[in-house]
Design a protein around this ligand. Sequence first.
Ligand SMILES: [Zn+2]
Length: 203
Amino acid sequence: MSPRFTNSVLVHDGDDCVIFDAWGRADDWLKLLGTRNLKLTAIYSTHGHPDHISAAPDLVDDTGCKWFLNGLDFDLYAWGDDLLIQFGLPPMTRGIMPISLPENPIQIFPNVNMQIIQMPGHTPGGVAFYFPDNKICLTGDSIFADGIGRTDLPGGDFTQLMQSISNFYNLNLPNDTVVVPGHGNITTVSELKTINPWFKPNK
Ligand SMILES: [Zn+2]
């Protein structure tokens, strides 16, 4: 979690859509879905910090979609209203629980394959979502274009995050894979290798 404005991602296949990290207010998402005539089928969260899940419970309530989050981050769901207030958002609606993330391999739509990469450290249950056929990876707050996620928040563990980033490096994703972090600029694996001093293999 870093200051301001999370990168939420909406993927659609025809009229069906999926949201990754449903940040902000559910009302705004519902307007967007209405304008585009999209039916929300699922929400996937990279981790359980409030700036990545704030709209999810109300969206589940309003649309009946499924909401997936790593079970290791369920405890974080109760935390962080102060942060939302800093963002000018109301406290989160709670009571609707997420569902544990499914096992790989996953198809978010009939022709869209996704793999979950475990990235603990920023939070215990942090993950990246990788689309091998599309060469896109959503990394949440584990790694940013030029930095890494903080580890001073509840559940954070710097050593674990360093291990996760090394493991991620060692996956050898194609250099032209587009990396969409949880905050800030979009980058690529090749740019991370050049610019991000944290993105390196295990010694
Ligand atoms: Zn975070």
